[in-house]
Structure formats: C-alpha cells, structure tokens
Write a new protein. Structure first.
Length: 368
C-alpha cells in the first residue's frame, strides 16, 4: 500500500499563520513509523510535536507549506473564505508530493469542508479519501504533527522578532496580549502577526484606546505662556498670525499647532468665552465662515471628511477658554486623530506656510 495523508494547523489560532503538511507512507515506512512514541497526535505536547516532527522528516518523504500572517491576510482579502485557502494549500502540498513519489493508492485528507468542494481543487483521477476522522490514518497523523510543529516554530520566531510572546488559540489571554500589542506596536502592525478576519480583531480595535499622535504639539505644551488672548492678538497682527479671512464680526485663522494639516479655527472678533453670549449676528458670521472653510478645504485639500466642533471650558478640552472658537479639521482615511475617541490615523505632512499659501487665495475671494 502506498498513500499520502495531509492535515493543517493554525486555522483556529488568532496569532501566527497557517501550515499544511502532507506525508507519504508505504508498508515498509509504516513499520518504522510505528516505533515512534505516538499514540494520538492530540495528546502530544507542543515540545513533543516539535521533537517528533524532526524524526518524521528523517523517516518520511513529506511536503510542507506555511503562510505567514501577512501572506494569509493578503490571500484572504482576495478570497474571503478559509475553506478555499485550505483546499488550495492541501492540493498544493499533496500534488507536489505526488509528483515526487509517483502514483499512490489513496490520498487521505482530514475533512475540513464538504468533500465535493475539496475535490474541485484536485485533478480528476486523484484517489481522494476525505474522512471526518482523518487523524485515525497514520499518514494524516504524521502530517498533523508536521503542520503543528511548523506552526509552533513559526509562532515562536514571530514572538522573538516582535519581542512579545504570542499565544496560541483565540482565548481571553490572546485578547489581552492583542491589546498590549496594539498599544505598543500600533493597529497597523496587527496584520503581520494575526489573522485579521477573526472577530478578535474587531474586539481589539473597539476596546483598545486609540492614541493621539501629534508630536509637534510639544512646542505648544512645553513652550512659554504669553499673556493676553491668542485670538485677539491674531486679529491685531493678521499679517503674522496666519489669519486667512476677517469679516465684520468673525475671522478664520490657522491653528499653528494643528491636530491635522489644514486645521482651521473660526472665532468671533469680540472677546468672549461663552457661546451663549454671542449675538445673533456674530453666530451667523461664525456659522457662515465655518461653512466657507469647509467648502474651501474640500476644494483645495480634498479631505474625506471633517471634525467640526467647540470645546467649551477647560474640562471639555478647550486650550483657550476665554475666547470661544470653532475647530474645523479636515480628515483623510489614514490621517491623524482630531480627538482620541475618533479613531486611528496618520499625519499628512505639509508645511504650515505651504497650507497657508494653498488656502489664502480662495479665502481672498470670499465676500461675506
């Protein structure tokens, strides 16, 4: 009897990739394999699996295919169905091994999907035996150990390269490590260590607090504090303060310590810290300038959206509490955060003077 068995490892693990292995056996090799201390592969520890895999490789002709998390995610984005990926990998290792060892009496696969579906990935005439308890077959059991050892070895290497122990499975421990990973490495790094289509990803991204990354603002935070009001000073020194437009009762000025490029502020000319103290005329002009700012930013910088709002009072996050002002912040997919509660983003690097040069001609056309 000559046959091949194949099995996979890693499909239920959030961290790490996916391994599929195939092993060739005949009656002669079977007698040698039976001398190995293997009874049931599921009862073999991880350390034993890695040791036994080396012995199996010495004894048996085999084939192994491993997808890194990055490769897995790329493939899954094109074919969002795990069974398609598994069927393709099983077919790949089996056919490669079959071409190496020649004709076999049967090809045993531990069933992971509908048998008819799995057969579509193999050429006609291949003697497939798809069994729901495939590991009862010696060749499948050996393939299972090879796949498992490969997955574990690659997971260990991944842990070493990332400097964090990545556990198996999809347990609460996995979620805790995932949160730590996101906080230290960032959301963008998940794709190189985890299978992103797992529900665990959604849990991590909705429960881990996102960090506001705007390092240039340290100049404002650590810099010396000047007396007076920055908005009143801006109106008095329009040529030196990045004021883009002034009407009778309100004006638009660039934030020189922006949360994002193109971050504008619209404020009344009159010095007051309370929105409720603005007159109807002031409210109208502030509103019209907010609207105009959005239109001009959309025309010049082509953002995907905006954060528009007022922080009233120090406890609400207002940097200047005694002169009410409206923030208008353009947003792009993959930009920087406006507020920590909004989401993950990245800075679009454009010099402040360059943004001013881009916007000022459009504001000069305004007639309010």
């Amino acid at each position: 009897m000559r046959w091949i068995g194949s099995d996979e490892a890693g499909k239920g693990d959030y961290f790490g990739g996916l391994a599929v292995a195939a092993v060739f056996l005949d009656d002669e090799k079977l007698s040698e394999v039976e001398k190995l201390p293997i009874k049931e592969s599921k009862k073999v520890t991880d350390v034993q699996a890695i040791y036994l895999s080396e012995e199996i490789k010495k004894l048996c002709v085999h084939e192994i295919c491993y997808l890194t998390p990055k490769e897995y995610n790329k493939l899954y984005s094109r074919t969002p169905n795990l069974n398609h990926i598994l069927a393709w990998l099983h077919s790949r290792v089996v056919m490669k091994l079959l071409n190496n060892v020649g004709d076999c009496d049967r090809i045993v696969i531990d069933q992971f999907a509908d048998p008819d579906f799995i057969r579509t990935y193999f050429p006609k005439g291949v003697p497939l035996v798809i069994h729901p308890h495939g590991e009862e077959d010696p060749a499948v059991m050996l393939a299972s150990l090879l796949a498992r050892a490969t997955f574990l070895e690659q997971l260990n290497k991944l842990s070493e390269s990332e400097g964090i122990v990545l556990p198996k499975g999809a347990s609460t421990e996995v979620e805790l490590i995932g949160k730590e990973f996101v906080l230290t490495k960032g959301e963008h790094a998940l794709g190189r260590v985890a299978k992103l289509h797992f529900k665990t990803t959604e849990k991590l991204l909705t429960t881990v607090p996102h960090r506001l990354w705007a390092p240039w603002r340290i100049e404002y935070i650590a810099g010396p504090r000047k007396g007076g009001c920055i908005f009143c000073d801006a109106v008095k020194n329009m040529d030196k303060s990045y004021v883009l437009y002034r009407s009778d009762r309100a004006f638009v000025v660039m934030n020189i310590f922006p949360y994002n490029n193109g971050h504008l502020m619209v404020a009344p000319i009159r010095h007051t810290g309370e929105l409720t103290e603005l007159t109807t005329e002031e409210l109208v002009e502030v509103g019209r300038l907010v609207q105009a700012s959005v239109e001009i930013l959309r025309k010049v910088m082509h953002p995907h959206g905006f954060n528009i709002g007022i922080n009233s009072g120090k406890v609400a996050g207002a940097g200047v509490v005694d002169h009410v002002h409206v923030h208008v912040v353009p947003r792009w997919l993959g930009d920087t955060n406006f507020m920590p509660v909004i989401g993950d983003t990245k800075v679009i690097s454009v010099a402040l003077d360059r943004v001013y040069e881009m916007l000022k001609p459009e504001f000069d056309k305004l007639k309010l």
